[in-house]
Design a protein around this ligand. Structure first.
Ligand code: MV4
Length: 457
């Protein structure tokens, strides 16, 4: 069993991992940059090592500095959290070479899923439905035009090294494709040093549904249901929920069994997420994320599982503590990502939080490294807390979320809480029909349907 874990991350996820380790009797080492020395995760770890200055490339992305810190503190494993080095195959290989366990998938799986053309090829091989499109990368405009004629417009051109919304071009017709195909290739070359692009039929109004998977070193895999992550703006999720309220029982059963079988076929190890688009009753593979995700707590609350504990257990070589028959959903959970941003302009709002108060009560969980007197640094992303609420019904869960949001105090900074309070009152959110397009369109239209508006009339 792993005895000491170095956490190669910061903020709430570092804290999340420290808490799981503590419960398991595992010692923890925090690494941090100079601007994070007063952060909660540093205070909560058994030991800490300052590994570099504020810019991530010199600290949280500095592979050799992190491995040195693991070596001098005698850590036998590294948990990468999300973002930073969590999906970096080279980092996983370096750790392996130093005899340190990477708490995550194999380097081969990290590399394969990082290449979106390879990921899609793998999805086909293991039986996950994919979006109709090109067979691998497209070299020439002529090939692209021929492919688009076969599947029909609109089409989307995606960078093989992209992902998460980076390096995509939507082409409504052939004229647009002729114009945008070379641009897509050039931008991919400049952004990723890889000009390979591929094409798919563009789905115009889908939902983003993702499945939580977990595999062990013995080829066993389970799926902890799905999440609906369609409330997003510029590829940043704002509210996530589990289960996805619009799925019918047979749709859910089918996709869970398809993905579970697929994970066993590829012998996937560790936590992962299969991202799907869902439109008109059909699921389509989009990408696989080879890490624990920000929104994992909604799954934990609905399935009563500690996903970080399971990650550590399977990395230690233990068998999964669950079979698919043990996995039962209970109630509903909603997560709000509280970002330190202006709720109207989305401009970052870092600074000193003079006074902080978190909500509480039945069915309320707050994952955050915030405390009164903490100064949010400007160098990293703006998420300062995650509110996770859970209740027996979705209706009760929405009411609980609204109440909990109203209890938060962040004195000195702006947060997106007012926006989330408004979203909770919208018809599309309440009935669960919102698609990936909904939030941006509602904002662009000046937030129609707000109660305030109706009172004025
Ligand atoms: C798509 C799509 C429609 N059709 N692919 C965005 C992130 C990256 N994982 C792929 N993305 C999309 N791929 C086809 N064939 C629409 C999106 C997309 C999207 C997906 C999920 C959540 C939000 C999104 C926002 C814009 C576009």
């Amino acid at each position: 069993m792993i005895k000491k874990v170095l956490i190669a991350n910061r903020g709430e996820i570092a804290l999340r991992v420290i808490r799981a380790c503590r419960e398991m009797g595992i010692k923890t080492v925090a690494i941090h940059s100079t601007v994070d020395s007063e952060a909660m995760f540093v205070k909560m770890a058994d030991e800490s090592v300052c590994i570099g200055p504020a810019p991530s490339p010199q600290s949280y992305l500095n592979k050799s500095a992190i491995i040195s810190a693991a070596t001098i503190t005698n850590a036998d494993a590294v948990h990468p959290g999300y973002g930073f080095l969590s999906e970096n195959a080279e980092f996983a290989e370096m750790l392996e070479a130093h005899g340190i366990e990477f708490i995550g998938p194999s380097p081969d799986h990290l590399r394969r899923m990082g290449d979106k053309v390879e990921a899609k090829r793998t999805a086909v091989e293991i039986g996950i439905p994919v979006i109709p499109g090109s067979d691998g990368a497209l070299d020439t405009l002529e090939e692209a035009i021929e492919t688009a004629r076969k599947f029909g417009y609109p089409v989307i051109v995606k960078a093989a090294s992209g992902g998460g919304g980076r390096g995509m071009k939507i082409c409504p017709d052939e004229k647009a494709l002729i114009e945008l195909f070379p641009v897509a290739k050039l931008e991919a070359k400049n952004a990723f040093g890889d000009d390979r692009v591929y094409m798919e039929k563009y789905l115009t109004n889908p939902k983003h549904i993702e499945l939580q998977v977990m595999g062990d070193k013995y080829g066993n895999a389970v799926v902890f249901g799905e999440r609906d992550c369609s409330v997003q703006r510029r590829h940043q999720k704002v509210i996530e929920e589990a289960p996805a309220s619009i799925l019918k029982d047979d749709e859910r059963k089918y996709i869970i069994e398809t993905v579970r079988t697929a994970m066993e076929k590829m012998k996937y190890r560790g936590a992962g997420t299969i991202e799907l688009l869902f439109e008109e009753g059909q699921f389509y593979f989009m990408e696989m994320n080879t890490r624990l995700q920000v929104e994992h707590p909604v799954t934990e609350q609905v399935y009563g599982v500690d996903l970080v504990r399971e990650q550590i257990r399977v990395a230690s070589g233990e068998k999964l503590g669950y079979t698919q028959a043990d996995v039962k959903a209970n109630g509903y959970a909603i997560e709000c990502r509280i970002n330190a941003e202006d709720p109207e302009t989305f401009m970052p709002s870092p600074g000193l939080v003079k006074h902080y108060h978190a909500p509480g009560g039945l069915g309320v969980r707050v994952d955050s490294g915030m405390y009164s007197g903490y100064r949010i640094p400007t160098n990293y992303d703006s998420m300062v807390a995650k509110l996770i609420t859970f209740a027996p019904t979705r209706e009760k869960c929405i009411a609980r979320t609204a109440q909990a949001l109203s209890e938060f105090v962040f004195d000195g900074i702006k947060t997106v809480i007012p926006l989330q309070q408004e979203i909770l009152q919208q018809k599309e959110f309440i009935d669960g029909t919102y698609s990936i397009k909904w939030l941006e369109k509602w904002l662009a239209d000046g937030k129609p349907g707000l109660k305030k508006e109706e009172e004025k009339k």
